[in-house]
Design a protein around this ligand. Structure first.
Ligand code: NAP
Length: 239
C-alpha cells in the first residue's frame, strides 16, 4: 500500500515541488489547493498518483469539508505537510501594522495548521507511522525576528510553538511533528533574487516526510539543516 501525503498550498511553489518529489518516491499525493482549477492545473506536473483536495486553510468550513472528502478516499494519512502560507507585510513596521493584518496572517500561517491537523487527526491516527510537518521560516526563530515583517514573523514564531505543543500532545499517538525552514527560495513569495531553488527549498521537507527517524519530533529546524546541524544558524534574509 503506498504512503499517503496531503500538502496544503501545493498548487505552486515549494508545496508543488514537494508534491512532485514525493510522487516520484511512490507516495499517493493529495495536492491541497484552495482553488480547484489551480490544483487541477498543477496535477499534470505531479504525476498520475495524485489528486486535488480543495482546502482553504483560513476557512474552518473548507477544512472540515476537506477532511470529510479525504476520509471517503483513503482510510489513513501518513504525512500531513502544512505548507500553505502568506507573506503580506514586507516593509510594514511593527509600529504601523494593523490588527486586521495580523489576524489575516495568523488565520493562514498559524491557526490554519492547528485546525488542519485537528481535522485530519483521525486519518493520521490510522497510519502506523504518521508525521506532521509545518513549513515555518527563519523569520519565525527568536533571533530571526524583523520589526519590518511583523505579522509574518509573529505568525511563524507562533507556528514553531504550535509544533512543540502538537509534538507533546501527539507523543502518545507516536505522531512526529516538526517544523522546517526552507530557506530563501525562488517562488512567488521569495522572489527571483532568492538564493535557493525550489528543489533546495523542498529538500528537508521531503527528507522529513520520507526518511527522517520517527523519534525526531518537536524540532524547529534551521534552514535546510535536516536537523543535524541546528548550530549552523539561520539567514536573516530568508522569508
Ligand atoms: P508561494 O509560492 O507564495 O505559494 C504559497 C502557496 O500557499 C500557494 O499554493 C497558495 O495558494 C497557498 N495558500 C495561501 N493561502 C492559502 C490558504 N488560505 N489556503 C490554502 N492555500 C493557501 O509560497 P512558497 O514560497 O512556496 O511558500 C511555501 C511555504 O514556505 C510558506 O509557508 C512560506 O511561509 C514558507 N517559506 C517560504 C520561503 C521563501 O523564501 N519562498 C521562506 C521561508 C518560508 P494560491 O495559489 O491559491 O494563492
Amino acid at each position: 500500500m503506498p504512503q499517503t501525503v496531503l500538502i496544503t498550498g501545493a498548487n505552486r511553489g515549494i508545496g508543488l515541488q514537494t508534491a512532485k518529489e514525493l510522487a516520484g518516491r511512490g507516495f499517493r499525493v493529495f495536492v491541497g489547493a484552495r482553488d480547484e482549477r489551480a490544483g487541477a492545473a498543477a496535477l499534470a506536473s505531479v504525476g498520475s498518483n495524485a489528486e486535488v483536495l480543495v482546502v482553504d486553510v483560513a476557512d474552518s468550513n473548507s477544512i472540515a469539508a476537506a477532511a470529510r472528502t479525504l476520509a471517503k478516499t483513503t482510510d489513513h494519512l501518513d504525512v500531513l505537510i502544512n505548507n500553505a502560507g502568506i507573506y503580506p507585510d514586507h516593509g510594514v513596521s511593527i509600529l504601523d501594522v494593523t490588527r486586521d493584518r495580523m489576524v489575516e496572517t495568523f488565520q493562514t500561517n498559524t491557526f490554519g495548521p492547528i485546525e488542519v491537523t485537528q481535522a485530519f487527526l483521525p486519518l493520521l491516527r490510522e497510519s502506523s507511522a504518521a508525521r506532521v510537518i509545518n513549513v515555518s521560516s527563519g523569520y519565525g526563530q527568536l533571533d530571526g525576528l524583523s520589526s519590518s515583517v511583523p505579522s509574518y514573523c509573529l505568525s511563524k514564531l507562533a507556528l514553531n510553538g504550535v509544533t512543540i505543543m502538537l509534538a507533546q500532545a501527539l507523543q502518545s499517538d507516536r505522531i512526529a511533528v516538526n517544523s522546517v525552514c526552507p530557506g530563501w527560495v525562488r517562488t512567488d513569495m521569495g522572489g527571483a533574487n532568492a538564493d535557493r531553488s525550489v528543489e533546495e527549498g523542498a529538500d528537508t521537507i521531503v527528507w522529513l516526510a520520507s526518511e527522517a527517524p520517527m523519534n525526531l519530533t518537536g524540532k524547529t529546524s534551521a534552514i535546510g539543516s535536516r536537523f543535524l546541524g541546528e548550530d549552523r544558524g539561520h539567514r536573516n534574509d530568508a522569508s
